[in-house]
Ligand binder design. Structure first.
Ligand code: NAD
Length: 351
């Protein structure tokens, strides 16, 4: 299939393919839109079955980054890159150097960062070949702690701020005694649980690994729940912080919560589930809006900023969500569709 006819092509500005015989690198960089600034998006290494699967993934992900950056008020566009290969078997220094050269060849149109299969060490190797590699050094932390380059604390803080704004909008209350069920207590979910506990929320947690659950039980008095039982719980909020597509045909009819607000990417199995949630009276925080703390963090690490500026930028997530909810109510529209429309207004603006 040609790139231009690809169902996910959606007017991408630039799609570049690289094959480096010496290192074995096969990679694709997709730049969706640079109207607001250079494209930023992680590099994913994955054993794709064929090049069409890789192309599909990179086009879909880079478009998502355009929407995420626009909604986070960043002067950035959307892009993404993929390396075709198994990160446990095919990684080498030469491969990462070749990827760094490939990123550099776009001359700053695309900045890369960490994604599945790519570590900080890999980025450091790429950075020997290019100035357009982010996530290799960090100067700021939203809370003034020593930064280590991991965006998860900023992501979790953004989700916390967004969840609080969503509860205020839907339930007209603060977080004291509000029941929140968290799916996945990993890097983001654990930190989100800490913020919520400190603000008086009652927590229910699940994970496929018991250690994370036990830690939340010990430290925050959380109630452990089995993964299958989470969506049917009689709680106020569900916070998906594990994998995508957790709101699906099976879980949707079980949901009793009035708010869905969590970190996971691509939470809705299908876009039209946003409308189903609206009709059920469940407020959905669009995933790429509420989980933008990480990309905001990366953006600030690239410029002269401060801990305070990073923090207040993350805190804008609350106001952004509230304005989406108000517009969704006024137009009787699903929050995910309204968020898309606002993002499109921003990145298509030619003023
Ligand atoms: P993570 O891998 O550290 O944590 C995910 C946790 O979910 C793990 O503990 C895992 O065991 C658990 N899990 C997986 N499947 C599960 C299931 N079926 N039921 C219950 N638990 C399950 O990842 P993370 O960095 O915390 O990210 C969480 C989500 O947020 C991901 O979807 C990620 O794409 C998204 N996200 C993360 C960031 C970030 O800064 N880390 C930024 C934006 C979005």
């Amino acid at each position: 299939m040609s790139v231009f006819e690809h169902p996910e092509f959606d007017s991408h500005e630039h799609v570049a393919f690289c094959h480096d015989k010496a290192s074995g690198l096969s990679a694709i960089i997709a730049v969706h839109n640079t109207q607001l600034g250079p494209a930023l998006g992680g590099c994913r290494m994955w054993p794709y079955g064929n090049s069409n699967e890789a192309l599909n993934d990179v086009l879909r992900l880079s478009k998502g980054m355009t929407y995420k950056s626009a909604m986070a008020n960043l002067k950035l566009g959307g892009g993404k890159s993929v390396i075709i290969g198994d990160p446990r078997q095919h990684k080498s220094k030469a491969l990462m150097q070749a990827m760094g050269k490939f990123v550099d060849s776009l001359g700053g149109q695309y900045y890369t960062a960490e994604d599945s299969g790519i570590s900080v060490t890999d980025l450091q190797t790429m950075a020997t070949q290019s100035d357009y590699i982010t996530g290799v050094k960090a100067n700021y932390h939203y809370n003034g702690e020593k930064p280590d380059g991991n965006p998860a604390p900023s992501t979790a803080y953004g989700v916390f701020v967004g969840l609080k704004a969503s509860v205020q909008y839907a339930l007209n209350c603060d977080l004291k005694d509000v029941k929140v069920a968290i799916q996945g207590v990993g890097h983001v979910g654990y930190r989100l649980a800490k913020h919520l506990h400190e603000h008086g929320a009652k927590l229910y947690v699940t994970d496929i690994y018991p250690e994370g659950v036990q830690r939340a039980v010990n430290e925050f008095g959380a109630t452990p729940v089995s993964p299958d039982a989470l969506y049917a719980l009689d709680v106020d909020v569900i916070a998906p912080c594990a994998l995508g597509a957790s709101i699906n045909d099976e879980t949707l009819p079980q949901i009793k919560a009035k708010v869905i607000a969590g970190a996971a990417n691509n939470q809705l199995a299908r876009e039209e589930m946003g409308e189903c949630l609206r009709q059920l009276g469940i407020l959905y925080a669009p995933d790429y809006v509420i989980n933008a703390g990480g990309v905001i963090d990366i953006y600030h690490q690239r410029m002269t900023s401060s801990n305070g500026a990073l923090r207040s930028h993350i805190e804008q997530i609350g106001d952004t969500l509230t304005s989406i909810y108000e517009r969704a109510d006024a137009q009787q529209g699903a929050t995910n569709r309204i968020a898309n429309a606002i993002a499109e207004e921003r990145f298509n603006y030619k003023g």
